[in-house]
Design a binder for this molecule. Structure first.
Ligand SMILES: [Cu+2]
Length: 170
């Protein structure tokens, strides 16, 4: 019995230089965790870098006063995004910034003058020289208009991910 108990005692003994020591197992688990954390963070930061810069839409000076002499009324510029109409659309997650360069109030309201507003987005009254932005997190075709000036309208087309390779530069 004394011989057996001695064997039981000596079997789990950790020898110096052995690979499977508790210390080694513990440190390899920790190193693996650290490795995955580093990889995860690298992927996160690279995704952040891939994010597209915001699109700028100017509300043109004079948009509140339609110039009937002109064939083109001052409005949102550009009024259609992406500006390359044959492009599939802006990537999901694109932020559009509307800058009111006019001397009057305007709105950026999803929907259309004839169909009315939709719940997607609404800037409310945007004062002169103020800007407002909205981030498009779902694919789709978003029409919008100014609730004060019916002739002001625009649209933003957002495409599903992985089909946004041909995003135009503006
Ligand atoms: Cu307006």
């Amino acid at each position: 019995m004394s011989c057996l108990s001695k064997n039981v005692w000596t079997m789990p003994r950790i020898y110096p230089g052995s690979i499977l020591t508790l210390e080694n197992i513990f440190s390899s688990v920790v190193l693996t965790l650290v490795f995955y954390v580093i990889i995860f963070n690298a992927i996160q930061s690279s995704e952040a870098q891939i994010q597209t810069p915001p699109e700028i839409v100017r509300i043109e000076l004079g948009a509140s006063v339609p110039n009937l002499q002109s064939s083109v009324l001052a409005s949102y510029e550009p009024d259609i995004l992406p500006t390359n109409t044959s492009a599939p659309g802006l990537p999901v997650g694109t932020t559009v910034i509307w800058i009111n360069e006019d001397e009057s109030f305007h709105t950026v309201t999803s929907g259309s003058y004839f169909k009315g507003p939709t719940p997607n987005f609404d800037s409310g009254l945007l004062p002169p020289k103020f800007d407002w932005n909205y981030t498009f997190n779902a694919p789709g075709e978003y029409d919008y208009y100014c609730t004060i000036h019916p002739y002001m309208d625009g649209s933003v087309r957002i495409e599903i991910p992985n089909q946004n390779q041909s995003v135009t530069e503006s």
